[in-house]
Write a protein that binds this ligand. Structure first.
Ligand SMILES: [Fe+2]
Ligand SMILES: [Fe+2]
Length: 250
């Protein structure tokens, strides 16, 4: 079942739980003069997501489809959206645009965003932040809606289970526990911890988000700077040191 929850004014979380992944897959519809959908979603859930979007806006009027990086849950159904919304342009990093999206994914050239560039959709202002390898992939980026301080943070804070739509409680503990479990299985190493990770997270925290639009799990409302700081610590704890130190013979 797909559910719809308003997490900030005219920002709607559209959530589908897939038991095979033990994860929720969330898209976010921002209702404005030029409606923006963040994450196209997987092709397999397109009918449900489309029906949910249709309750909020006329789907053919979707103007922008934003996403962080080139994975199926981020942008796999982009072509299906563009088939019904002919003016819908992809919004992603310049790297995503040039390396992948314009070649194989989109009916029309993507809006490739530079770091710090702003996209206005009417009342709302989306600032693009290029975040290489955060949460993962070279082309990764995020949108920060400045008027309500909502950070669309993709796979950051991922936590498992069919959890509540919205919480003001800690989400970092859930993330850390899920990360520790994932490191033992086939989905280990989903989050590279690079020389830039700490500074990118610090920059995101400096935006002082009030709402975190999390792709897998509950959305969070509260002190976003504190939450991102706690997330950075959790990632450093779990990922920042070699899991299997290699001894080098003299
Ligand atoms: Fe991802
Ligand atoms: Fe994801």
């Amino acid at each position: 079942m797909t559910t719809v929850t308003e997490i900030a004014s005219d920002v709607y979380r559209i959530s589908t739980y897939l038991g095979s992944f033990k994860l929720q897959f969330n898209q976010f519809l921002v209702r404005d003069d030029e409606p923006l959908l963040y994450h196209s979603g997987l092709q397999r859930i397109f009918p449900q997501v489309h029906a949910a979007v249709a309750k909020l806006v006329e789907p053919k009027n979707i103007r922008w489809i934003g996403f962080s990086h080139y994975e199926a849950d981020e942008c796999g159904a982009l072509l299906r959206w563009q088939a019904i919304a002919p003016h819908a342009e992809a919004v992603c990093s310049k790297v995503a645009k040039f390396v992948s999206v314009d070649d194989s994914l989109s009916h029309q050239p993507a809006r490739g965003m530079s770091d710090g560039e702003v996209l206005e959709t009417g009342r709302f202002r989306f600032r693009f932040l290029h975040t290489p390898h955060v949460p993962h992939c070279w082309e990764a980026g995020m949108l920060f809606e400045e008027t309500q301080q909502t950070l669309f943070c993709s796979d950051l804070f991922t936590h498992p289970g069919n959890v509540e739509a919205f919480t003001t409680s800690d989400v970092v503990g859930r993330f850390k526990q899920g990360l520790i479990e994932d490191q033992k299985g086939p989905f280990a190493n989903a989050y590279p911890y690079t020389a830039q990770t700490a500074s990118i997270l610090s920059r995101l925290g400096g935006l002082q988000p009030k709402t975190l639009a999390i792709m897998h799990g509950s959305s969070f409302a509260g002190d976003g700077k504190q939450a991102i700081g706690d997330l950075a610590q959790a990632m450093r704890d779990v990922l920042g040191a070699p899991l299997n130190p290699v001894s080098v013979a003299a």
